[in-house]
Design a protein around this ligand. Structure first.
Ligand code: THU
Length: 126
């Protein structure tokens, strides 16, 4: 998991956060052990901003991956994924461990089902 968290830390350095100044990096581990990263990318029209977690997951999907084992998120103070990202993590990853690290390397692990209990998902669309 060290490798995954370190990749997210590297991604955090690429964050484009001129408005909030809150840089976030994320990295996802695919079923075939590939690590794919992403950072938050902000827009002057704030609502168009894409969080690091979704950037990483959407990049992974666009590169042909659809099965994920773990996700790492790094930011300065160990902030956890926003509500929108929780939904996307659940939809694309199911119940995986999410490792959240602050800038000092203090890591906590939480399952995505704990982040989004009683989720709305594809089962409701049957
Ligand atoms: N942000 C993320 O990248 N991930 C989250 O789950 C929380 C929020 C970003 C969005 C915005 O660029 C900045 O952090 C402040 O909200």
């Amino acid at each position: 998991m060290k490798k995954l968290i370190n990749h997210a830390l590297v991604m955090m350095k690429n964050a484009h956060a001129p408005y909030s100044k809150y840089k976030v990096g994320a990295a996802v581990l695919t079923e075939d052990e590939t690590i794919i990263g992403g950072c938050n990318v902000e827009s002057s029209s704030y609502g168009l901003t894409c969080c690091a977690e979704r950037t990483a997951l959407y990049t992974a999907v666009s590169e042909g991956h659809l099965s994920f084992k773990a996700l790492a998120v790094v930011n300065k103070n160990g902030g956890s994924p926003c509500g929108a990202c929780r939904q996307v993590i659940w939809d694309l990853c199911g119940n995986i461990p999410v490792y959240i690290s602050d800038q000092y390397g203090i890591v906590r692990e939480i399952k995505s089902k704990t982040l989004l209990p009683d989720a709305f998902d594809k089962n409701k669309l049957k």
